[in-house]
Design a protein around this ligand. Structure first.
Ligand SMILES: Nc1nc2c(c(=O)[nH]1)N[C@H]1C(S)=C(S)[C@@H](COP(=O)(O)O)O[C@H]1N2
Ligand SMILES: [Mo]
Length: 302
């Protein structure tokens, strides 16, 4: 289902290097999966906003700890990850538990473009044009049962292809979770592409979660398992350091990380000396999502 909301972002807000990447992709004749006219229109608009950055700049700045903790590790090592065939196990409190093939999922979902701000907990940010489908639609495919309150996600764990998982940096597999109402929110998507191209491995191929009002680490990559449960699920960053990484991790300029301020952020692509920009409440999606947290103390439930 296509969700209509007041998106204040237009293609000209997209992180400039990425627009360059997109143009290259178009010139190479590569398109997204089944995006048709919408993707073409978006791409055409971006095409008018070319910048001088490189493909290398965009794809080398990633966080995917399964391939190492350095920003360039994912680009260096994620190519080893086998993404075809790909299956997602959906289990727990659902009517139709089972293994769903990636192609099968794609054939059932409506892909659309979503330009979202993306804010890492480390205080850098980007504007990214994703392609994907609403998580709510995938959950409907499996049939959420009445008792479910939360959704748990797991990333692929394949140590022979993921050198970072040989070290206990986090508890593997990488795990994330949402409350059911967050998971069902129309802004929450499973992304399968960026800039009109299938997701590169380092960005979480073949499908990853994107929750635009939460810190980036909630947007778990390369998902192989989704479990509907009646409890708040354990999550990797929270297990690693509960004082620094809360379960909710909503972007909030007024709640600092214990080791740094969250009041401002550095937009990737803005240049070395670019001024930091103020971070927005719920990453700019306050109108859309604030009601989910109406009766919560956001400093306590950080
Ligand atoms: N499985 C997995 N998912 C992950 C991560 C990770 O290390 N492993 N890093 C997270 C963090 S901290 C961020 S900021 C985003 C980065 O997404 P990007 O590299 O596509 O920009 O992915 C998130 N999802
Ligand atoms: Mo992050």
């Amino acid at each position: 289902m296509a969700h209509r909301w007041q998106n204040d972002l237009t293609p000209k807000d997209i992180t400039p290097e990425a627009a360059f990447w997109n143009r290259r992709a178009l010139l190479a004749g590569l398109g997204g999966v089944g995006l048709g006219a919408i993707g073409g229109g978006l791409a055409a608009a971006q095409d008018a906003e070319l910048e001088t950055n490189t493909w290398e700049e965009v794809t080398s700045y990633c966080n995917f700890y399964e391939f190492g903790t350095g920003k360039t590790d994912p680009a260096t090592y994620a190519g080893q990850m086998t993404t075809r065939p790909w299956e997602v196990e959906i289990d727990g409190l659902v009517d139709r538990p089972g293994t769903y093939g990636f192609e099968q999922i794609l054939s059932e979902m409506t892909l659309e473009d979503r330009i979202y701000r993306f804010r890492c907990v480390e205080a850098w940010s980007m504007v990214i044009p994703w392609q994907g489908f609403e998580l709510a639609d995938l959950l409907a495919l499996a049939g959420v049962q009445a008792g479910a309150t939360h959704v748990a996600f797991e990333t692929l764990l394949r140590p022979e292809e993921m050198p970072g998982t040989r070290y206990p940096v986090l508890e593997w597999p990488y795990r994330e979770g949402l409350r059911l109402d967050e998971a069902m929110h129309p802004l929450t998507i499973m992304a399968t592409g960026i800039f009109g191209k299938p997701l590169p491995n380092q960005n979480g191929a073949p499908l990853r979660l994107v929750v635009p009002w939460k810190y980036g680490f909630k947007s778990i990559k390369s998902v192989v398992k989704i479990t509907l449960t009646d409890q708040e699920p354990p999550t990797s960053w929270n297990m690693a350091n509960a004082r620094e990484y809360g379960f909710y991790s909503n972007v909030n300029p007024e709640v600092d990380h214990p080791r740094w301020s969250q009041a401002s952020e550095r937009r990737i692509g803005g240049g070395l000396f670019a001024r930091r920009q103020p971070t927005e409440m719920f990453n700019g999606y306050e109108t859309e999502v604030a009601s989910l947290y109406a009766d919560m103390d956001l400093a306590k439930n950080f």
